[in-house]
Design a protein around this ligand. Structure first.
Ligand SMILES: Nc1ncnc2c1ncn2[C@@H]1O[C@H](COP(=O)(O)OP(=O)(O)OP(=O)(O)O)[C@@H](O)[C@H]1O
Ligand SMILES: [Mg+2]
Length: 337
């Protein structure tokens, strides 16, 4: 069984909107494009309520990762804006944490130290602001990397501020990695590595969890187990999740709402509410509601693209008016917006 909450409890808890993507467009000037601007996203709008589980479904190249990067604050929109808890997103923040397709764990750190990494950085920043860290964290990390090559996974140095180890260990228990704390990541299975990556995000107590095809690299047996695990976790934590996938089944199984995106340029083509009670079992696939949602999603994707799985090839370059270029582009190139 998957999840143990009330039906669609993510939307029933509160109607409070915490995320607003407001008419966002994003354009790039790709390398070697000869000045032809590429429009990755066009006029994308979406909202997420507190504790809602939203899935973003779309084929390769439709701008899913771009959308997550804008929400995370890694990049700024060319047009429109992203608001989190009513405040415009201008940079990354510990309240919005991303889990990527590849776990991206540091091989020279133990599982426990990997999970503590974000907390350490956050407290390093606090210490640095107070002027109590004499050398840069990066320099320490380089020494640590060299040391790890000789001696295996590193342990914490007395030089740096200590993270909240109780919280780290609690999170390790939540993701079921107790007993593996001291292992280097390469001694874990793919599913365990992804759970460690999830723990590294959860330990920051994010109010918004952004997940970019986190189970895409897992095998067919591990993937359903991780889907089940994530929903049980979400049921306990009650964070808001925006989960990106190109898998129609996964999008419907997990989400309170499915946002269907199509490419060329990336935009929201449809939004579907999933009225399947939780906990959800794999057998929900056999229900009429699931079938009708799946057919609707496939119809939207096919209708727009001719065929499923066709990606960035269809999203060709688009000439744009200069006002859609990011400010950084104008600054770098001496042009005016
Ligand atoms: N920094 C960049 N410069 C130029 N083009 C970019 C940049 N980042 C993304 N793009 C383009 O924007 C489009 C959308 O990319 P994005 O990574 O968001 O797609 P996606 O939906 O996440 O695809 P996938 O499912 O394969 O991960 C792609 O055509 C990509 O080449
Ligand atoms: Mg992507």
């Amino acid at each position: 069984m998957i999840g143990h909450g009330a039906p669609n409890s993510g939307t029933q808890d509160t109607a409070e909107t915490i995320l607003v993507v407001d008419h966002v467009s994003k354009s790039y000037l790709p390398t070697g494009s000869g000045g032809v601007v590429f429009r990755a996203l066009s006029d994308v709008s979406l909202r997420a309520a507190k504790n809602e589980f939203i899935t973003v479904l779309g084929p390769s190249g439709c701008g899913k990762t771009t959308l997550l990067r804008l929400i995370a604050g890694f990049e700024r929109p060319s047009r429109g804006r992203v608001l989190f808890e009513g405040v415009e997103v201008r940079s990354p923040g510990a309240d919005r944490v991303v889990v990527f397709q590849q776990p991206g764990l540091y091989p020279w750190l133990s599982v426990r130290d990997n999970i503590a990494f974000g907390l350490r950085l956050a407290s390093s920043r606090r210490h640095r602001r107070r002027g109590s860290i004499p050398s840069s964290v990066q320099a320490i990390d380089r020494r640590e990397a060299d040391d790890a090559k000789e001696n295996g996974p590193a342990t914490w140095s007395w030089r740096r501020p200590k993270p909240d180890w109780d919280k780290v260990d609690e999170t390790i228990a939540i993701v079921g990695l107790k007993g593996f704390e001291k292992r280097p990541p390469y001694e874990l299975s793919g599913g365990m590595q992804q759970r460690a990556a999830l723990a590294r995000a959860l330990v920051m107590s994010p109010r918004l969890l952004l997940m970019d095809e986190p189970f895409g690299a897992l095998d067919a047996h591990t993937r359903p187990a991780m889907q089940e695990f994530l929903l049980e976790l979400w049921d306990k934590l009650r964070a808001t999740i925006v989960f990106v996938t190109h898998d129609v089944y996964e999008a419907i199984l997990l989400g309170d709402r499915v946002v269907v995106m199509t490419p060329g340029p990336g935009r929201v083509a449809d939004e579907m509410t999933v009225n399947i009670p939780r906990p959800r079992h794999e057998a929900v696939e056999e229900t009429d509601h699931f079938r009708s949602l799946r057919n609707k999603a496939i119809g939207t994707l096919r209708g727009d693209m001719g065929d499923l799985g066709v990606g960035s090839q269809t999203a060709g370059p688009v000439s744009l008016v200069a006002t859609e270029l990011p400010i950084e582009f104008h600054r770098r190139n001496g042009t005016s917006p």
